[in-house]
Design a protein. Structure first.
Length: 168
């Protein structure tokens, strides 16, 4: 029993420490000129109408890009033990003016996205060459379908902005 707890808790503690270190070391300075404005989302959505307006102006006509606030962490379980983790960041491409709706429904979106990600992991979608365009295409299509069920036709696409597999 102790070995199982160590196999499960040790990677989670390592991941938690890494996330905490990343948060502690991140810069609150404004993005440099090379970073597209649509990747920067204000922390306080209600109080940053000007920042949102600037983001809307920088996005392609009729589109907004909304970064979901936290990464998604998916355990890779096989043969009764944890084999690793997938860490992923997602953005949504939505029709202009729909950003606030995404933030209002983010808890439900995250829940449905995690279901899709766990199912993808369960069928081996993150095994082997998990960045294969067919595997990622199927995953993105499933995520887009779920996002449209939650938000409707305002969702144009789901963008995978970061994806990493950590061995367990």
């Amino acid at each position: 029993m102790k070995k199982i707890l160590i196999l499960v808790l040790l990677p989670l503690l390592g991941l938690g420490g890494g996330v905490e270190a990343g948060l502690a070391l991140r810069s609150d300075a404004p993005p440099d000129a090379e970073t597209p404005p649509e990747t920067c989302q204000p922390a306080d959505h209600a109080a940053n109408d000007v920042a949102l307006a600037e983001t809307h102006a920088a996005a392609p006509a009729g589109r907004d890009y909304v970064k979901l606030n936290n990464q998604f962490v998916v355990p890779l379980v096989a043969e009764g033990g944890m084999q690793g983790l997938i860490v992923m960041s997602l953005n949504l491409e939505v029709t202009a003016g729909s950003s606030e709706a995404v933030y209002l429904h983010e808890p439900k979106l995250r829940d449905h996205f995690l279901e899709v990600l766990f199912e993808h992991a369960g069928i081996g979608g993150f095994d082997g060459d998990f960045t294969d365009s067919r595997k990622l295409g199927a995953l993105k299509a499933a995520l887009r379908d779920v996002a449209r069920k939650v938000l409707g036709p305002v969702v144009q696409d789901v963008l995978i902005t970061d994806l990493a597999r950590q061995a367990g």
